[in-house]
Design a protein around this ligand. Structure first.
Ligand code: GPW
Length: 840
């Protein structure tokens, strides 16, 4: 019985289709129908892209039905909902994900097979929806998957960038950025909603009007410009498929009416230029991860999507809460609306809601504020000073003059109220907590505004939340201790196991006799008894090997490099940043290469170092590190003396769909940030779930990962958060390490030669300089020896096949905590107090 159930759950399409009354034949008919009637082509002429779009159209028949059902149910019940405001949603591809969540993957695959088409191939037709930079944007994508899966009323709000994150090409080892036009040939998942267009204002001046009647002062904002926000909806299909929520992305347009005067005056060209300016707002995603661009356009983007989203929220609220008198009853607003700010990027929503309440809806300040802070909550994702947003006051004056006044008023009331009560007369602390930073250029501190204007502030891993409370905002924590909390990040097992590693998923489902783990990831712990089981280990390692074979093919196709699937696949995939320390990985590669050259008979497991990473286009050192990885790789990969013992692969254009191929094939997951700098990390979770062993520091969520999986099953090294603090406090001198550690010296001097860049000495010397003269801000040299020792421990572990299999299995099956469903449940319990709403 258990076996039969397992077989059904794992693979039989009869199970899938029966649950939805969708048979293979139905699906075939629908695809062919859409090929004809939607795509206007026929079976013998259709391109792969047409087949893909026809398949999406067939899936959408179901998606739209459920979307409508869900939205009606939420509206009828007037449910409390969370609104997740994020400048980034890194969705990747949606086809396989939607099919899995509807339990239609196997039916669809079989239907297409009959039509002579391979579904996996077809999925490759879909361009990634890369509307995000990295972890923060991908987290938002995992979270909306979990919100729908948990049947929670939720909307994602963001920007409909015409160009997502740049496409990376590598030319002679260097990163070149190319535009990413993800919807050039149409996107079958998005629906334009002209009926929900919003208009927002920018610039201009504020007029103060004195009322003769009651002596009050009224503020009237006379904006200089209006921008139209056109919503595009992406259905977000929950696993099991009953709840379909909406991700609403705003595209900027010039309002129809704007240019008539100019137009009639013969200003056709000016009018077109004006139109182009309006459309610039949603043109492109800023490619900076964890650093601030500080550009006016970025603030305009932030206001544009925050203001459009709030107007949308208010429109919906008013529909349900307008009294017979025509007045709106705002007493229920904070009970119905929760707004989560994904980092400080949408902070401007706080003064915008105050402006709407006070200037437009006629609420008193206190009444408005009492609603406002209860609505908002804020997630902090970094402690890096260069990533904490600050906007010059002069930019605010030009772009959002009324909002600046409101921020001043929030600040005045805070400093004279709560702040004065807890720190009476303490001007030093008041200056620190002020929403305005004084100085030659006065700045608005968006993080401080978030803390003052939210009822909850959370970090994204236990250690990070502690540092947010104790190091970043300690005085605020003295004022509002209970405001601060932790929600450890998570990732969706639907995309990051079920969909990207189907064979492993099948093994787990068959062994457990159920696929419950896909939502209740903790269930995988029941497999613990198999961690030592020779047969299970064999199956597990065979799947890993097959995934490595597949990846080797991709590597060959993308880079021309041959790698041996029997070698250890050691993977570091994440944005390029000095704090993430790809340069430390590179230093070790240099040291290892030298060891092999000096001792050609050195016994070692062949080792493939794989990188995937984009650098912010303006981040010189990051780009230099990419160049160095490629140049060092070129030399090593072509050095016959080392007999293929080391390979270095830099995979170009790292993105979600590439991550889905790399992660299932990883033996080792490098998570080597300087302790205290990586807020959480989420790639660490994805890799561990898929059976990679973590080579990492005690930073971010790594701490919680090894707490679950056992330190003995991973390779932990390096300074702890407290040790990093004390090393820095005692005056760190990287030269000491250079002078005392022979391998460090040799590796750095090598970079300062022309060994890797023949004829161009010193091309890689910038890295050495940053680590020595530059002071090695991220303590790479301090951690090098301990890192090298951890590598040695890994090698030893890998040599013991059974031991390795056991550790890999234990890593994979103990990651239940890092299911994003658990993160969302934590938000529900600690921050949002939402209720599930079942949709028929
Ligand atoms: F700087 N993160 C990111 F905090 O991907 F805003 N982009 C960003 O701009 C920022 C943070 C910001 C990442 C963190 O670096 C990573 O540690 C974390 O796991 C992720 O956000 C999701 O919380």
């Amino acid at each position: 019985m258990a076996n039969k159930k397992a077989a059904n759950a794992a693979s039989a399409s009869s199970f899938d289709s029966a649950s939805l009354n969708y048979t293979k034949e139905d699906f075939k008919a629908k695809i062919v129908h859409h090929l004809h009637s939607t795509l206007g082509t026929s079976e013998n002429k259709a391109t792969k892209q047409s087949w893909w779009k026809a398949t999406c159209a067939a899936v959408n028949e179901l998606v739209y039905e459920r979307l409508t059902q869900t939205q009606q149910t939420h509206a009828n019940k007037d449910t409390r909902a969370v609104h997740y405001l994020s400048a980034e949603f890194l969705m990747g591809r949606l086809t396989a994900n939607n099919l899995h969540n509807l339990h239609l993957f196997n039916v669809c695959s079989d239907a297409l097979k009959d039509l002579g088409i391979n579904l996996t191939d077809l999925c490759e037709e879909e361009p990634d929806m890369a509307l995000g930079n990295g972890g923060l944007g991908r987290l938002a994508a995992c979270f909306i998957d979990s919100l729908a899966t948990l049947n929670l009323p939720a909307l994602g709000y963001g920007i409909h960038y015409e160009n997502g994150l740049f496409r990376q090409e590598i030319h002679n080892g260097r990163q070149i950025e190319r535009p990413d036009s993800w919807r050039e040939y149409g996107n079958p998942w998005e629906i334009c909603r002209p009926e929900s267009i919003q208009e927002v204002a920018l610039g201009g001046y504020v007029e103060t009007i004195y009322s003769e009647k009651d002596g009050s002062l009224k503020k009237v904002w006379h904006p200089a410009q209006k921008i139209k926000g056109v919503p595009w909806d992406i259905p977000v299909v929950g696993y099991n498929g009953t709840t379909v929520n909406i991700l609403r992305l705003w595209e900027s347009k010039a309002p129809e009416s704007f240019d008539w005067d100019v137009f009639n005056a013969g200003g056709y060209v000016d009018a077109q230029a004006e139109k182009a300016r309006a459309e610039t707002i949603s043109k492109v995603l800023y490619p900076n991860d964890s650093t601030e661009a500080g550009k006016i356009l970025r603030l305009v983007q932030q206001y544009f999507f925050s203001a459009c989203s709030l107007k949308d929220i208010l429109r919906r609220y008013k529909r349900a809460h307008t009294l017979a008198s025509g007045k709106v009853d705002y007493s229920e607003f904070a009970n119905k609306i929760a707004v989560q700010l994904n980092d400080t990027h949408p902070t401007i929503a706080i003064p915008e809601l105050m402006r709407i309440f006070v200037d437009e809806e006629g609420l008193g300040w206190e009444e408005a504020w009492n609603i406002c802070y209860k609505v908002f909550s804020y997630t902090n994702h970094t402690l890096l000073p260069e990533a904490l947003e600050k906007w010059p006051v002069y930019i605010f004056e030009r772009v959002l003059p009324r909002h600046l006044e409101i921020i001043y008023e929030i600040n005045r009331r805070f400093l004279e109220g709560e702040c004065e009560r807890v720190f009476p007369g303490n001007d030093f602390i008041k200056a620190k907590l002020s929403l305005i930073e004084e100085g030659s250029t006065r700045m608005v501190r968006m993080g401080n505004l978030c803390v003052v204007g939210s009822h909850k502030v959370n970090g994204v891993a236990a250690i990070h939340s502690k540092l947010v409370k104790e190091d970043l905002f300690p005085e605020y924590a003295q004022i509002w201790n209970d405001k601060f909390c932790n929600v450890t990040n998570g990732v969706t097992p639907r995309r990051w196991m079920l969909s990207c590693n189907p064979e492993l998923a099948k093994l787990y489902t068959e062994t457990l006799g159920s696929d419950e783990w896909v939502t209740k990831l903790d269930k995988l712990k029941d497999l613990k008894k198999y961690a030592d089981n020779a047969d299970f280990q064999k199956k597990f390692m065979a799947i890993k090997h097959a995934n490595k074979v597949k990846l080797a093919t991709v590597i060959k196709a993308e880079t021309g490099i041959e790698v041996d699937p029997n070698a250890l696949f050691d993977i570091q995939i994440k944005r390029l940043h000095e704090y993430k320390r790809q340069q430390l990985n590179l230093l070790y590669i240099l040291a290892l290469y030298r060891r092999v050259l000096e001792n050609p008979d050195l016994e070692m497991t062949p080792h493939v170092f794989i990188f995937g990473s984009k650098a912010a286009p303006g981040y010189k050192m990051a780009k230099d590190i990419i160049y160095a990885i490629n140049k060092v790789g070129e030399r090593i990969n072509n050095d016959a003396r080392i007999k293929g013992k080391i390979k270095v692969v830099f995979m170009p254009n790292y993105r979600v769909s590439l991550a889905e191929k790399l992660i299932p094939a990883a033996d080792v997951s490098q998570q080597i940030s300087t302790a205290g700098y990586e807020a959480s990390g989420t790639g660490n979770m994805k890799l561990a779930m898929n059976g990679a062993i973590t080579l990492g520091t005690m930073d971010g969520a790594n701490i919680e990962i090894v707490e679950e999986a056992g330190e003995e099953n991973n390779a932990i090294f390096g300074l702890s958060v407290d040790e990093v603090k004390s090393v820095k406090a005692n005056g760190y001198n990287p030269w000491d390490y250079y002078n005392r550690d022979h391998e460090i010296k040799k590796a750095l001097d090598w970079l300062d030669s022309d060994y890797f860049t023949p004829g161009f000495p010193g091309e890689l010397a910038g890295i050495k300089r940053a680590l020595l003269e530059g002071g090695d801000t991220y303590l790479a040299l301090a951690d090098f020896r301990s890192y090298s020792d951890a590598h040695a421990r890994l090698e030893k572990m890998y040599a013991n096949k059974k031991g390795w299999a056991k550790s890999a299995i234990l890593n994979s099956i103990t990651m239940g905590k890092f299911n994003s469903d658990r993160s969302i449940q934590d938000y529900v319990d600690q921050v949002w107090s939402l209720e599930t709403c079942l949709v028929k």
